[in-house]
Ligand binder design. Structure first.
Ligand code: DGY
Length: 327
């Protein structure tokens, strides 16, 4: 029987289903494998179901020559070196679409929480500091009617734009590697702008851009300096897109009003500077975390493994076209 590794804990039903097709080495106690442990557990395995915490690169692939499919339970796949996978003849897959709306909901919620100072004021209340109502207590900035800036207008970016434009009467501006189709711009009432205009005009800037060498620290001190002092910044994409130290400093100095981060450079470690800033909402990478969506992600990752290792076509491949070209 073909052997696979499931590198982190997943739903029992997903494991059960995988076991009807494969000999499954499961990591039910959910240890985060070191690189050496991952390589060791991958010996003799044709496939692996990964999460963002396992890095699959040329070294791992060279040490695991039987590996044919790496199936990420995430839409983002910056933990995969795709060129190395293709060079090794390994199919890489991810879980797009099934998490789009859930992640867009969360991105919008974080943005609102930052704008309206929801967690900051809750902490104040829990500390017992609320003694009286006051006209300027925790005044934030409006979301309705404001200008929503989106960096990265993929599926999730469009979902957030739709919520802003249709639900909250926001003016939507966006910047992306390329413009989206005119009918999408029309439906979202969204205007393409360059990055400088995005930074300067957005009342609420939301980052939904994939992580890459090009997007590393796409928002650093220089970019934060171009934003309005009343603006908020929300990141539901990946850690490393924002320079966390520069952000903490900008928040402390009032150069922007507030921020909300679901992802962090070096997570699950969070830079201590961020932890002491009051005007920031911090959540532990849970944008796609509803029960239904996490199940759908696990099932789609399993669908990819089952199809690719039993002679079918993986539903959501990343590098299938590159592998064909290489063949
Ligand atoms: C994703 O799907 O990329 C989410 O960030 C979960 O890792």
């Amino acid at each position: 029987m073909t052997a696979i590794l499931v590198s982190r804990a997943v739903f029992a039903q997903t494991l059960q289903r995988l076991r009807t097709h494969f000999e499954v080495d499961a990591n039910e106690d959910d240890t985060i494998f070191s690189r050496a442990q991952l390589i060791q557990r991958l010996q003799g395995k044709a496939g692996v179901l990964t999460t963002g915490s396992e890095r699959i690169d040329a070294q791992v692939l060279a040490a695991c020559p039987q590996l044919r499919v790496v199936a990420n339970m995430a839409v983002g796949y910056n933990n995969f070196d795709i060129a190395a996978c293709t060079a090794a003849g390994v199919l890489a897959t991810n879980t797009p679409d099934v998490l789009t709306e859930t992640t867009a909901d969360f991105g919008f919620a974080l943005m609102m929480a930052a704008a309206r100072r929801i967690t900051e004021s809750e902490h104040f209340l829990r500390r017992g500091e609320w003694k009286k109502w006051c006209y300027d207590m925790f005044t934030g900035s409006d979301v309705h009617g404001a200008t929503l800036g989106i960096l990265g207008m993929g599926r999730i970016g469009q979902g957030i734009a739709r919520r802003g434009a249709l639900g909250f009467g926001m003016t939507v501006i966006y910047h992306n590697r390329s413009r989206v189709a005119p009918e999408i711009e029309r439906a979202l009432n969204a205007r393409y702008v360059d990055k400088a205009e995005l930074l300067a005009q957005a009342d609420h800037l939301v980052l939904v851009v994939p992580y890459s060498a090009q997007s590393h620290h796409a928002i650093g001190a220089a970019e934060l300096a171009q934003m309005k002092p009343t603006a908020t910044l929300t990141n539901v994409a990946r850690g490393g897109i924002v320079d966390d130290v520069a952000l903490a400093q900008a928040l402390r100095e009032g150069r922007i009003a507030a921020a909300a981060l679901d992802v962090f450079e070096g997570e699950p470690t969070v830079h201590p500077d961020l932890l002491t800033v009051p005007n920031i909402v911090l959540t532990p990478h849970i944008a796609s975390a509803t029960g239904a969506t996490r199940r759908a992600m696990a099932e789609l990752a399993a669908d990819n493994l089952i199809a690719a290792l039993t002679g079918g076509t993986a539903p959501t491949p990343i590098n299938a076209a590159d592998l064909l070209r290489r063949a």
